[in-house]
Design a protein around this ligand. Sequence first.
Ligand code: AGP
Length: 364
Amino acid sequence: ESYDMAGHDTYMHKEIVEQVDAVDRVLRGRIDDRFATVRLGGLNLDAREARSMRRVKILGCGSAYHAGQIGAQMIEELARIPADAEPASEFRYRNPVVDPDTLYIAVSQSGETYDTLAAVQELKRKGARVLGVVNVVGSAIARETDGGVYVHAGPEVCVVSTKCFTNTAVAFALLALHLGRIRDLSVADGKRIIEGLRKLPGQIAEIMELEDHIATLAKEFADAKSMMFVGRVRGYPVAREASLKLKEISYIHAEAYPASELKHGPLALIEPATPTVAIVPRDDLLEKNRATLEEIKARSGRILAVAHEPQEKADDTIVVPRNEPELDPVLMGIPLQLLAYHTALALGRDIDKPRNLAKSVTVE
Ligand code: AGP
């Protein structure tokens, strides 16, 4: 992949389309069918350490933090290690208790984000084990961490992250599978996740076929003053990232909430002029999510669902291909990158260089 625009009008569009190849690249050479696991050469974490760690703490900023939230859920689900993600910028200022039995993971596209780097340095100073999930090879965070997983998204030029976000989520799936197979994930489940991973590039190509439909929807959303994004558990970081993406490039105000929290306050915002984007995978929370759609509809809210089949209560549904439930967050965010892109295009925004933002924030 190169720095030229390859016929696209923006780097963002080029980078969204490149995800088919980028995801193929993060998988390449890493799958080990014989043991239903993956090989992560630079991880620098032996099986004994992987078995004895008691927690995982993931740190990053912005989209990297959201990818880390997806990663934390994957690690909990597949490796059954308690895991959570926190903005690196918050972590470093709250004098955190550094636990010797916790594995810390710093996530960053650039590998140069000051807050994330400062969190790594503080952790190292206190003797913690810190790994990196980083895109830029040889960057400061890659150098300062004890090992890690390269994301292999290729150069990302647009200020907003698309292919690197997706590849980071896939890199976390690899790490979660690796840790899971060292711990208690069965061979059958290992194989199931591997099959799911192999399907991803083809399924991303299928999502790209939806672009015209998404562009039509985006023209309707371009008039919105504010938008709500909701999802439950695996869908929640997807909602947060989609909301951030829309804000960054369209300048439309957007909120992201766990769908379960709507009734605790934000439901007051729902009215016809505030559309909701709902993440509705066909998983064990489907009925709960459908009840949320009903609550929104009862307040005359316009709904766009991202789902595995058309949703009756939604005004429109973007139907995405089905994979293993643990990998849903990888696919469900991609149509919403296209939605943000086409909304910003309809509004005539400077998509690759949104106002007030820099590609990497290397100062405090
Ligand atoms: C992404 O769309 C943003 N521009 C921003 O949130 C970014 O993810 C964040 O600044 C972290 O950057 P990094 O991944 O290079 O550390």
